[in-house]
Structures are given as structure tokens and as C-alpha cells.
Design a protein around this ligand. Sequence first.
Ligand SMILES: Nc1ncnc2c1ncn2[C@@H]1O[C@H](COP(=O)(O)OP(=O)(O)OP(=O)(O)O)[C@@H](O)[C@H]1O
Ligand SMILES: [Mg+2]
Length: 261
Amino acid sequence: MYTCGIDIGSVSTEALILDIDENKNYKILSYIVNKTGSNSKTAALESFNNALAGAKINKDEIDSIVATGYGRVNVEFANKNITEITCHASGVTLIFPDTATIIDIGGQDSKIIKIDKITKKPIDFLMNDKCAAGTGKFLEVMAKTLEINLENFGEIFLNTKDKVDITSTCTVFAESEIVSLIGQGIPKERIIKGLIYSIADRIISMVSRIGLEKPVCLTGGVAKNSGISNAIEEKLAVKLCIPFEPQITGALGAAYLASKI
Ligand SMILES: Nc1ncnc2c1ncn2[C@@H]1O[C@H](COP(=O)(O)OP(=O)(O)OP(=O)(O)O)[C@@H](O)[C@H]1O
Ligand SMILES: [Mg+2]
């Protein structure tokens, strides 16, 4: 059967199409990562159509669709909505079956999910969705203020020795702090290193609240920022598992769960 998973996040929308047989063996036929923009209904439909085109099948051939992510209720053509926690757990354990802890850092929230190694289902989670601090949006705002591409943060982190401590965790205050540091002539690279460590510290304090259990998988768009993954690895002293495309795990889990409804 063919199934589709659609993950409507605050920043990005992913659609993924699976070919699943009766033994639950699966093959990813296509996936797409688009910007959500201001209309999640449009983003969902466009992403679905892009994924269909990528898989070279038409919509009538799709047996079942599951929507997830904060905008999941807006996917009117989905057969079911399932929470992000459940879909991420499902998607990640398809890629890394032994995962015990998932760290997902998205655009507007960060979540730590504890997985039962036998059932592969979530047994506990912690979510920061109250403010942008420690999320991808925080990094986007800072990259804009510093006039440096977010894509370059990873390389800057590796090539910069000293950091400047960023004391504000609030996005608005941190932005003013950065403007002031730039004004003092502090090199931007050192500010970026400090910012990365401040995000890593927030994530690590969430992990320690829920309890660190290995193996740990890092997902979400921020997993593409190697500065953040390196800082988390250094502070947690663990090697993180990062999927080949860290933004699609929610959609992959949704598509897989769609085969069971
Ligand atoms: N190539 C990249 N390099 C560095 N960072 C990136 C890259 N692509 C995306 N990001 C980061 O990923 C973030 C978006 O992550 P993601 O797509 O997982 O969010 P989302 O699922 O839409 O949000 P949420 O789950 O919080 O609703 C961006 O804010 C940005 O910080
Ligand atoms: Mg997300």
C-alpha cells in the first residue's frame, strides 16, 4: 500500500510517501521539505502534491494519510491526526531502532522524548514551547542580527577557539545583548560560539530533567546546524545519531502509522 505522512511545523512542512508491504517492510518513495509560510493549509496541499509528483503516483493511489505537527488539524484531506511525539518516536525508531532518547529541535519548540526500547513507543517527554529561547527561531533571529548565514554557524563553531558568554536566554534580550557586543567590537565568531553553547546548555538541562539514556538521536532542522550537534555532543559526552534528513522523521513516522489505520 501507499501511505503519506504530512508534518506541518511552525517553520517547515514535510510530506513523505511510503510504499509498505503486508509485513511492514517499507520504502520511501519521495519526500519534500517546504516552508510553512503564513498558510498551513496551502503548505500541506502543495507539499502533498510535490511528494506525489516525486513518487510518480496520483492521489487516488494513496491508501491513507496521517497529519502531524502543530498545524495538523489544518490538513483536511488527512484520514487521521497523530501527535508529533508519537510520530517522531515512530519515524526515528524506523531509522535508528535502538534509540532511547530523541532530542528534536524545531522552529518554535524543542522536545526531549524518551522511548521504550521494546515497544518503540514514547514513555515520557519534555517540551519547551513557551518561548523561542533554545529553538531554531532563536538562531534565525540571531543570524539575522549578526548578518551571518545560519548555514555557516557549524563551520564557525569548529574554527573559533574562544566564546563570549551570552547571559540572556530571552530572544529579545539576547538580541540586544548581541547588538551591544557587536558595538564593543567583539568578533562575531566568538558571539556565535557563545550563542551555540547557550542553546546547547538549555537542551542539556532539559535532557538532565528527563534523564539521559543512550543512544540519543538528534532531529529537527536544527540538527542540520553542526555547531549545535557538536556542542551537545561535547557537553553530554555522547555521540548523537543524526538521520540522513533530520527534518523528515515526523512525516516518516506519520506515513508509517498511516499503514495501521
Ligand atoms: N540548513 C540548515 N542549517 C542550519 N539550520 C537549519 C537548516 N535548515 C533548517 N535549520 C534550522 O531548523 C529550524 C526549523 O526546524 P524544523 O524544520 O524542524 O522546524 P518545524 O518542525 O517547522 O518547527 P516546530 O516543530 O517547532 O513546529 C530553523 O529555524 C533553523 O534554525
Ligand atoms: Mg517539527
